[in-house]
Design a protein around this ligand. Structure first.
Ligand code: CA
Length: 223
């Protein structure tokens, strides 16, 4: 007789997961345009195209940890509304240095604002195309708040809340092209936050070139 998996523990795990996430139901939508179909318009099936007048456009960006590639753009390129016009355009993308394991950058909106969406865009012909990061957020009011947590510090220990984990890599590994990610919540609001921390990881470690070419980050106010 084959043993059936017990049902109760599964339900218990499910309830525990719901308890952990509370009412928040964060949804990550990721779209991919292959190198053949990607254009400078960054047009996607479900993810909105980059906007120029989003909250992010007025934010302040800070490199918190990691080393940027000198051939790439400054952090401000993430909010300038200017997009790359071709699939390998270092000067219009922010990316961490070859051979390094990613890094962290922070966005400061100036005051706590109800956020509807956080959208991120990238474009590269191969392994620097996909996006792998954790998104953290804070209103900055926690007495333990650390506004610049380095890579060896768990943001959860110093006033940050994990919003979600993004990983757009495919199983097949044919990962070149253009990516659009939209992070939203079923309630319409991700929460009221002043700071966003992007904790970026390499997409692969088979060679030194796994740091994503990030083209733009949009923060959209709750409607
Ligand atoms: Ca840009």
């Amino acid at each position: 007789m084959t043993a059936r998996p017990p049902k109760l523990p599964f339900v218990a795990i499910l309830l525990f997961a719901v308890a952990l996430t509370g009412r928040a139901q964060v949804k990550v939508t990721a779209d991919h345009n292959t190198s053949a179909t990607a254009t400078s318009a960054f047009k996607f099936k479900n993810v909105p195209s980059p906007a120029k007048d989003d909250l992010g456009a007025k934010a302040k960006l800070l490199l918190v940890d990691g080393e940027l590639d000198e051939n790439g753009a400054n952090p401000s390129a993430l909010i300038d509304g200017v997009l790359p016009t071709e699939e390998d355009e270092p000067a219009r993308n922010l990316f961490f240095n070859a051979g390094t394991g990613g890094g962290r950058f922070r966005m400061d909106l100036g005051s706590a604002i109800e956020i509807g969406q956080v959208n991120t865009y990238s474009w590269h012909p191969n392994t620097r195309g996909p996006q792998v990061y954790r998104l953290w957020a804070s209103d900055g009011t926690d007495p333990r708040f650390n506004a610049e947590p380095k890579g060896n510090i768990d943001p959860a220990s110093c006033g940050w809340k994990l919003i979600t984990v993004v990983d757009t890599r495919s199983q097949e590994g044919n990962d070149g092209g253009q990516y659009g990610v939209s992070i939203a919540d079923a309630s319409g609001s991700l929460g009221k936050y002043r700071y966003l921390l992007f904790d970026c990881y390499v997409t692969e470690t088979a060679d030194d070139f796994g740091n994503t070419f990030y083209s733009e980050v949009d923060v959209v106010a709750k409607k």
